[in-house]
Design a protein around this ligand. Sequence first.
Ligand code: UDX
Length: 437
Amino acid sequence: MKIGIIGLGFVGLTFASILANKGNHVIGVDSNKKKIEIINSKKTPFYEPELQKNLKNALKKKLIVSEKIQDVVETCDLIFVTVGTPMTSNGNIDLKNILNVCKNLGKLLLKTNNSPVIIIKSTVIPGTTVNQIKNTLEKNSKKKVGDGFGLITNPEFLREGKAVEDTLYPHLIVIGGINDKNRDKVIKFYKKNYRSNIPLVSTNNTTAEMIKYANNSFLATKISFINNISNLCQKTPETNIDDIANAIGIDPRIGKQFLNAGPGFGGSCLPKDLKAMIKFSKRIGEEPILLKAVEETNMLQVKKILEQIDKYLGKVKNKKITILGLSFKEESDDIRESVSIKLIEKLIPKQAIISVHDPKANENTKIIFGDKILYFKKIDDALKESQCVIIMTPWKQYLKLKKINFQKMRNKIIIDTRRILNFKDNEMTYIGLGIGK
Ligand code: UDX
């Protein structure tokens, strides 16, 4: 079986590498020439643990990457579409890339006798596959779904920083389609390549699309819920949010995961998908009361950090503030929707002197702020002469920090948004967000 994968971001490149390493012939396509050059030089265009070595191995085996989709349409049995569906400035999802890919796929389907199954992995609003995507493919190919090509929705649940692990061991596989023959082809492919005990949900396209949004909206809800309780703890002496999260997480109806209170969720998925779900809900005439509150809670978290800075440091003008962690999560260089970036955006107009450290995301941050802030490769250098440090991302490097690392600060105010240090020392002002004093 030959597999085509269109769009080589986190999802596409990881999937392509893993499938080739499992022995499948894979053609990976991306319209970005520079990206193809980087990949062909056996490097990943972004930081993702374990991916580089998997990619290197895959390129030695059965992975070919290219800018052109002709070969994919003419020779592949399954074509996965994994292009990005970013957020537009008004909060809708941008279908430009995916519809453009489908237009090109359609035009090439017109000229071939091959009848592949096209599988949409990109996150799209419920109804998009059976309306816009199907129409674009049918119009340009002059063929019908189920007769000339298949059309399946197969949402992806991988996490950045764990892309390889999640692609090797997904917790769930969702296959949505209307035609049993094509759905069966995709189910057969997954059964052949994956362990048999992975739950597989077979449904229609639109339900599959909704599953993805419901999943991410629920995760976002869990985080905003615990952040809300954390804010209560902050103002309730003697309370500790981690003890509370641990305790309620023992209830199997709640579960332990996604109850880590912090600065709010960021990244390329949760904020975008939540916003898109709110828009979708409004569009179909259903007021998204809960989801709006989840979003608002998340947006207000940055203010909670600013409140602590104000309480302990006072006016920030000309004061040196250090931010540890710029990426939206550990083991990633991704700063999309990162709360650290939002915090810096708030501190710059107040004329704070900002020094930052991140093991991987300094370069991406430079693209946004240039020389408006100071970047450091060593944590100790970033902390030197600082009057307040804010720990934003729980990188393992920060978990190891000891009191000695903070000795050269001019003023030892530590605001730990993830409570990874838990210092109890009279010489320092340690504030763990969600720990009531
Ligand atoms: C998410 C979903 O988890 C994944 O299934 C989907 O495919 C894509 O979106 P990702 O964006 O990679 O994955 O990161 P995730 O691990 O979900 O974290 C998102 C944000 O929430 C991060 O900023 C993280 O720090 C924050 N978070 C997560 C918390 O603040 N507390 C938690 O308990 C969990």
